[in-house]
Ligand binder design. Structure first.
Ligand SMILES: O=C(O)C(=O)C[C@]1(C(=O)O)C=C[C@@H](O)C=C1
Length: 280
């Protein structure tokens, strides 16, 4: 698996998994931003799906199951994620450099033939990982905002929906590594002095585009409004809230807040941490 130096200004779209050895397939800031835009759709749909279920707090209570196979107390949600990652690792999910497990300690080597993913990340920087922050943010902050109070007993469906949310949030946030790689290879002369000086604040300043962040926040709110409406053939039957606005399956302002308070800041942490290792 060769490490591929990135080239900018490619007009050819790159798949989300840069998984080909075609040297013409290259990354640019425009292309990595296109990928971030596409992942927004998956995030909004995943949140809508989780919001179908009430909070189901037993699914997150580590004492509810008792001792899990001698591993101590784990919640249904944690068991669900760990066990899914075990099988997905065996089937090669984490060969893809864009996928990072939440519980890497439990995983066996894949038994599927190795796929030759093109390595676009700088090897010494590729290990940047904020999975623990994503996990805590999701369960402690986000979930109570998207799920209504209550318990319908369907804990496994709620946990399955949580897993989809967690995986897509992780893919989006850790895609900060690819974004940082492109920014560095576009302007090594700008980034290298700050990397050598380990100047986190200056790196943060260099990689920040406030106008892009504003656009992202507005767009995800709009997506939550559009994707979250009931679609009927008769507009008169569409349900509306108190202000006469169409009712949404997940509150668009919560999706905007998810991005402004957690997704974008964590993506930027990934970018800074990646850059700090970019000259190792
Ligand atoms: O588009 C970029 O340049 C990114 O780095 C991604 C992102 C984001 O998370 O959406 C993060 C930082 C920038 O300030 C703008 C947007």
């Amino acid at each position: 698996m060769a490490y591929q130096i990135l080239h900018k200004n490619s007009s050819r779209p790159l798949p989300e998994s840069s998984c080909c050895d075609d040297p013409l397939k290259t990354l640019s800031l425009e292309l990595v931003r296109d990928t971030l835009v596409r992942i927004e759709d998956s995030i909004v749909f995943a949140l809508i799906e989780r919001a179908r279920f009430p909070l189901n707090s037993h699914a997150y209570d580590a004492s509810y199951l008792g001792n899990h196979r001698g591993h101590g107390e784990r919640s249904i949600a944690e068991v669900f994620v760990r066990e899914t990652e075990v099988i997905e690792a065996k089937l090669g999910r984490y060969q893809n450099p864009e996928e990072i497990p939440f519980f890497a300690d439990d995983l066996a080597s894949p038994f599927v033939p190795a796929f030759n993913y093109t390595q676009v990340l700088y090897p010494a920087a590729a290990s940047v990982n904020v999975s623990k922050d994503i996990w805590d943010m999701y369960f402690k902050k986000l979930l109570p905002l998207i799920a209504s109070e209550g318990d319908d007993g369907d804990y496994v469906s709620a946990a399955a929906a949580d897993l989809v949310c967690l995986q897509v949030l992780s893919r989006r946030i850790h895609y900060g590594r690819q974004v940082a790689e492109v920014k560095f290879s576009d302007a090594p002369q700008d980034y290298s002095p700050a990397i050598r000086a380990k100047d986190r604040n200056f790196l943060m300043k260099l990689l920040t585009f406030e106008s892009v962040e504003e656009m992202v926040k507005k767009r995800v709110e709009k997506k939550a409004k559009v994707f979250g409406q009931d679609v009927t053939l008769n507009d008169k039957n569409n349900s509306t809230d108190f202000d006469g606005e169409p009712k949404c399956k997940v509150d668009p302002s919560v999706v905007g807040r998810l991005y402004s308070e957690w997704v974008i800041p964590l993506t930027k942490v990934v970018e800074v941490e990646y850059l700090l290792r970019r000259l190792d």
